[in-house]
Design a binder for this molecule. Structure first.
Ligand SMILES: Cc1cc2nc3c(=O)[nH]c(=O)nc-3n(C[C@H](O)[C@H](O)[C@H](O)COP(=O)(O)O)c2cc1C
Length: 354
């Protein structure tokens, strides 16, 4: 089979698939190492790690230690390509970025916030810096702001409106998601990055994400000029995915109409399955909670309807009545749990047929 490889910086992956980082604790060492073993990029999410109660007094140190544990655990299982996902809205984002650099993780994926000072925090050019963007405008803003460091990104992940978790689009943009489809955004991004590629004499791979479900979808993105794809939702329903069985079953049981957009305390819309927890926050003024630590810079604790950290950790443990189940637009299409190997074989077979 003639499957295109994915090159990011000096790293060459056998298949053009990145498993997207999924917080809280949905993609840890188990899932990431399984994907890396199949020749893709396995992404560990750095978000919401560490024991919640113990973290009360020492959040930053315990989060960092938990991330190092996950990285080491993954490295015991695979010598494949690993990445760590960090969200810019986290109050300890800088510390996590420095940890990834210190631990020499190949690739750092940075989303939910502008990575304007990332090159300052990670001077080692061997570490691939990969921002997540949702428009050509943001791609250009990042490239322009990095000129003073004489550095360009090693790749962009272009996340469209069908993705899971927090989304880089407003609610009104999401209502007209056709206008922001990957098919529309991708050529715009390829155009704005071109002068920077010429100036630095380096290709910037653009990796398409959001709603990619089959090998045929991957083929379509590659034919439009993407160098690879990032997929998350499909990896949730695998044996190796680190989240609870209840979470995986919620995907399998969900119908198309159960997948909704919510307002997150992060300050961005998010996509999730409308379960009892969401029904409760629709009618309640506020779900009472205590903020043990300020994990998000943007969270207005007094105004927040619920604690997103608590809700995502509850979902991770399978306590779904108090849990928020993030998912991509296509989660309703899932009907079984398979191994990562089976999933990747299926995608690669479909890709080569397409
Ligand atoms: C359960 C879940 C949690 C996610 N959490 C994060 C996250 O913490 N950080 C992030 O950058 N993206 C997050 N995402 C987005 C994915 O990494 C990915 O880019 C996107 O979901 C791809 O679309 P797909 O799910 O349709 O394949 C999450 C997605 C899901 C489904």
């Amino acid at each position: 089979m003639n499957i295109p490889q994915l090159t990011i910086g000096k790293t060459v992956c056998k298949i053009p698939i990145i498993q997207g980082g999924m917080g809280v604790r949905v993609s840890l060492a188990g899932l990431a190492s399984a994907v890396a073993n199949e020749g893709g990029v396995g992404t560990i999410s750095s978000i919401g790690l560490g024991d919640l109660e113990a973290s009360k007094n020492d959040y930053e140190r315990l989060s960092k230690e938990a991330l190092i544990r996950e990285i080491n655990k993954a490295r015991e299982i695979t010598d494949g390509h690993l990445a760590v996902n960090i969200m810019g809205v986290l109050s300890n984002a800088d510390d996590l970025v420095r940890t990834v650099a210190k631990e020499n993780v190949n690739t750092l994926v940075f989303g939910a916030g502008l990575p304007t000072k990332l090159p300052l925090l990670v001077e080692d050019s061997e570490i691939n810096l990969v921002p997540i963007i949702s428009s050509a405008r943001v791609a250009e803003l990042i490239l322009r702001s990095w000129r003073k460091y004489d550095r360009i990104v090693d790749a962009f992940i272009l996340e469209g409106p069908l993705a899971g978790g927090h989304l880089g689009f407003s609610e009104s943009q999401l209502e007209e998601s056709d206008k922001y489809s990957l098919e529309i955004l991708l050529p715009q991004v390829l155009e704005v990055i071109k002068p920077y590629e010429d100036k630095f004499g380096k290709k910037i791979p653009v990796i398409a994400a959001g709603g990619i479900y089959t090998g045929k979808d991957i083929a379509r993105m590659l034919s439009l000029g993407a160098s690879g794809v990032q997929m998350a939702t499909r990896f949730v329903c695998t044996n190796e995915c680190d989240v609870s069985e209840e979470f995986k079953q919620a995907y399998i049981n969900a119908g198309e109409d159960d997948i909704v957009i919510i307002k997150s305390p992060v300050g961005m819309p998010g996509r999730a399955i409308r379960n009892n927890f969401i029904k409760k926050i629709e009618v309640l003024e506020k779900v009472s909670f205590r903020c043990n630590y300020r994990c998000l810079t943007a969270c207005q604790v007094e105004k927040a309807k619920f604690c997103i950290a608590d809700a995502l950790v509850n979902a991770y443990y399978g306590n779904l009545d108090k849990g928020l189940i993030f998912c991509g637009r296509n989660a309703y299409r899932l009907d079984k749990i398979v191994s990562v190997k089976e999933l990747i074989n299926e995608l690669i077979t479909e890709l080569s047929e397409a």
